[in-house]
Design a protein around this ligand. Structure first.
Ligand code: NAD
Ligand code: DAU
Length: 332
């Protein structure tokens, strides 16, 4: 049986990927996750014990990682400090996990000759003007803005160097903004959904004109599996579902779907250095690997996501007060 090691598998996108792999392949998955504030064991509830093992561990811990990589056929690396706002507040954990953690995994994969897939973000390319006809492609120069995105960019460059210098059997994917079940409520869409469920008005940073290119986490997972199974070693693939929307539009759709007036939100302090727009051209992935998204309709995916948060209050409720207290301290 093919043995997959998934780092950060108790986080948002990692747990969606584990559910996807169990449903669509016969692989065995070992999750290694530190269970930071962003990790939740409950996100893996209901999966079969004979197919999924869980190890609480830090990817910076070379001994733990060496042992786990040695006993795996491939590594899919999701674990990261992932939130831009936190990186503005305290960058250090981003350097440790995103840079040193990636280095630790690369060295273990090199030592044991293992297949490695690196999960990254479109934010490594910086941002676009609202009226720029260009979208990001695999050849767009790196130009990250935040402590978070600069550490992700650094980790991507480490992977490229390990491929070139040590023939590491690696691929990289850079994906746009994900939404769906199991996303921490610090993030934009689940923060606003759970605000409405709690009777709090949604909060828009600045004027709300910033554009994100939304993709359902299920579609991100199917793309990563396609790259793992059919991708060319050494290549980078951009993942996106043509889902550009500005933040104001997203909040208005959430309010409407939840039975509230479309203007029942507040403008709050903007994010420092706030990237204006991300947009992905995923032609390479679609033409070379035959991938396409199944949630082409953002409205349908968003409605399902609202239902998920409505029906899973016990999953998000314990972190709501502390999350809102953090934002309130920054006027957001
Ligand atoms: P998340 O914050 O929800 O989950 C991160 C997981 O990593 C958590 O379970 C956490 O406990 C774990 N973790 C953190 N530090 C660790 C460490 N040192 N050792 C082991 N585990 C550790 O993040 P996410 O949104 O699911 O993002 C996952 C990956 O996808 C990240 O690499 C991120 O850069 C990338 N990505 C995210 C998006 C998005 O829209 N969220 C888009 C593109 C790429
Ligand atoms: O593009 C991929 C990236 O998407 C990933 O690499 C990151 O890990 C992920 O967090 C996400 O980054 P963003 O910074 O785009 O996501 P966030 O959910 O924090 O914010 C989305 C947009 O919404 C952004 O323009 C800021 C804005 N926002 C956010 C929050 C939390 C608000 O207007 N109000 C809010 O309350």
């Amino acid at each position: 049986m093919y043995r997959l090691l998934v780092t950060g598998g108790a986080g948002f996108i990692g747990s969606n990927f584990v559910h996807h792999v169990i449903a669509h392949t016969d692989m065995h998955v070992t999750v290694v996750d530190k269970l930071t504030y962003a990790g939740n064991r409950e996100s893996l509830a209901g999966l079969p014990d004979e197919r999924v093992a869980f190890v609480r561990g830090d990817i910076v811990d070379a001994a733990v990682i060496d042992e786990l990589v040695q006993h795996s056929d491939a590594v899919v690396h999701y674990a990261a400090e992932s939130h831009n706002d936190n990186s503005l507040n305290d960058p250090r954990p981003f350097l440790d996990t995103n840079i040193i953690g990636t280095y630790t995994l690369l060295e273990a994969a090199r030592r044991h000759g293992r297949r490695y897939h690196h999960i990254s973000t479109d934010e490594v390319y910086g941002d676009l003007e609202l009226d720029d006809p260009q979208r990001f492609t695999e050849t767009t120069p790196y130009n990250p803005s935040s402590p978070y995105s600069s550490t992700k960019a650094g980790s991507d460059l480490l992977v490229r160097a390990w491929v070139r210098s040590f023939d590491l059997q690696a691929t990289i994917s850079n994906c746009s903004n994900n939404y769906g079940p199991y996303q921490h409520i610090e993030k934009f869409i689940p923060r606003q959904i759970t605000n409405v469920l709690r009777g709090i008005r949604p909060k828009l940073y600045g004027r709300g004109e910033n554009v994100r290119d939304w993709i359902h986490a299920e579609d991100h997972s199917s793309a990563v599996l396609a790259i793992l199974q059919r991708g060319t070693i050494g290549e980078t693939y951009l993942i996106g579902a043509d889902g550009e929307k500005n933040n104001k539009e997203v909040v208005e759709i959430i309010l409407e779907k939840m039975g509230q007036p479309r203007d029942a939100y507040d403008h709050v302090t903007d994010r420092a250095g706030h990237d204006l727009r991300y947009a992905i051209d995923s032609t390479k992935l679609r033409t070379q690997l035959g991938w396409s998204p199944s949630y082409g309709d953002f409205d349908r995916g968003l409605a399902a996501t609202i239902d998920w948060y409505r029906n899973n209050e016990e999953w998000w409720s314990p972190s709501k007060d502390s999350t809102e207290a953090f934002y309130a301290s920054k006027g957001q």
